[in-house]
Design a protein around this ligand. Structure first.
Ligand code: ADP
Length: 431
């Protein structure tokens, strides 16, 4: 019997039976009570059977209950949705769990709340004991722990994985949920290996080319154009090109060396004599075609590698001379700033269109190849500048307006500055 019918049929049946039982008892000999009692027992049995049936219906989640009829379809849909959500959540967790990148969910104080399998191998986390630990304590003394402590917004690139030091990872910290963080560590060991192969290849090729080029250049220098007047222009071009090739090889070797270095020497680099040398170099290169000015107001020296800093700072001066037409002005400026000190080279030259600016420090990137070659450029100068500055924790800022000129600024932090000759061994970091 359907449950909806049983709700009104049951009391009716009960009443009919009671009346019928009473009448039967009265006709049988006036014992109405006996008839009613007999029928009542039968009814109780009937009632119990009905209750059992209803209880069974309620136990089964798929069959609707007779007492929640209006809500039942909604209840079913809710249950089905919950089950589907739970299944999706389970799938998502399994997917995150089997990703090759390490994922760690951190609370606002950087306690570990959850992590996937890759986090076990790359970061050395263990299940279940590392749930709830402070991540930086777990990664103690690693570069990653220091980065977490600083809470730097910049990603941490190419560091050893704390769980497997032979592997290399890039790490990013993303905001997640309410004041939580998601730490992502990507295994870049394969990329690092390829990058190492590229670096070795460039260094080896450059090294191998150096000797034959030196020999060719030497013989070309020995030849006197007066002995072969008809070949004089050819000889001059050969000399210029062999010199240029030699410079490219030297720049490639310099870049290879800078790339493999992770720190520089901590020597005093006196700025006053360096600025004077840079001015002389600019004037020698300019041959009187430009006006060269030095403005020095910082009265500070640098701390680092004298050779590399000279190479970087003079590269900017030589670019200014080469990319400024005759009659232009070149200013070399050394000034104190709120963050430290800036070295700038300002020219009134050709300028650079804005869409090239972000790519200028790439190897062999040139705004105009012909102009670069004609002026004796290798296309590696700014790449060297960027590497030298990065080793000195400094950065290169480039501003330019086509047709008006450019300003290349090296921004040095306080930790790289020294008061000239007064506190020789003390940096200005704490001033
Ligand atoms: P290059 O040896 O070609 O000068 P660099 O790496 O030093 O190589 O510079 C890359 C490119 O940036 C140059 O080819 C040139 O197009 C542009 N550039 C650099 N400095 C200046 C400047 N002061 N004014 C205009 N363009 C510049």
């Amino acid at each position: 019997m359907p449950a909806t019918q049983s709700t009104w049929k049951l009391p009716l049946l009960l009443t009919i039976c009671l009346v019928a039982g009473g009448l039967a008892g009265w006709f049988a000999g006036g014992h109405v009570a006996t008839g009613v009692a007999l029928v009542a027992v039968a009814e109780i049995v009937l009632l119990l059977t009905q209750l059992r049936h209803i209880a069974k219906s309620m136990m089964s989640s798929r069959s609707p209950s007779p007492y929640v009829d209006p809500d039942q379809p909604r209840h079913d849909r809710f249950m089905m949705r919950s089950r589907r959500l739970a299944a999706n959540l389970h799938d998502l967790r399994r997917a995150a769990g089997s990703l090759p990148d390490a994922i760690v969910l951190l609370d606002q104080d950087q306690h570990v709340r959850w992590f996937n399998h890759a986090a076990e191998s790359l970061l050395g986390l263990r299940r279940p004991q590392d749930r709830g630990v402070l991540l930086k304590d777990k990664l103690h003394n690693s570069e990653l722990a220091g980065w977490l402590q600083e809470a730097s917004p910049e990603p941490l690139n190419d560091v050893s994985a704390p769980g497997q030091p032979s592997r290399h990872i890039n790490v990013t910290l993303l905001p997640f949920g309410q004041r939580q963080r998601l730490l992502l560590a990507r295994d870049i060991s394969h990329m690092s290996r390829l990058e190492q192969i590229r670096r070795d290849f460039v260094a080896n090729v450059s090294h191998e080319l150096r000797t034959p080029l030196t020999v060719i250049h030497g013989y070309l220098e020995l030849l006197d154009p007066e002995d072969v007047p008809h070949l004089a222009p050819v000889l001059s071009e050969m000399r210029a090109q062999s010199k240029r090739m030699g410079q490219i090889v030297e720049d490639l070797l310099t870049l290879s060396r800078l790339e493999t270095q992770d720190h520089v020497g901590e020597e005093r680099v006196p700025m006053a004599p360096l600025l004077a040398t840079l001015r002389k170099e600019a004037e020698a290169l300019s041959q009187g075609r430009h006006s060269v000015t030095v403005e020095s107001s910082a009265e500070l020296d640098l701390l680092g590698s004298p050779k590399d800093l000279h190479s970087a700072l003079s590269n900017l001066v030589s670019n200014a001379v080469r990319y400024t037409p005759t009659g232009g002005r070149i200013t070399i400026r050394w000034e104190r700033t709120a963050e430290g000190a800036n070295y700038s080279v300002i020219d009134t030259g050709y300028g650079i269109p804005a869409d090239h600016l972000s790519r200028l420090t790439e190897r062999f990137y040139r705004v105009s190849s012909s102009r670069s070659r004609d002026s004796g450029g290798t296309g590696l100068g700014l790449s060297i500048v960027k590497h030298v500055l990065s080793l000195h924790q400094a950065r290169l800022d480039i501003r330019s307006t086509p047709g008006q000129g450019s300003t290349f600024t090296c921004c040095f932090g306080r930790e790289r500055l020294l008061a000239p000759e007064i506190h020789e061994s003390r940096s200005l970091e704490n001033q």
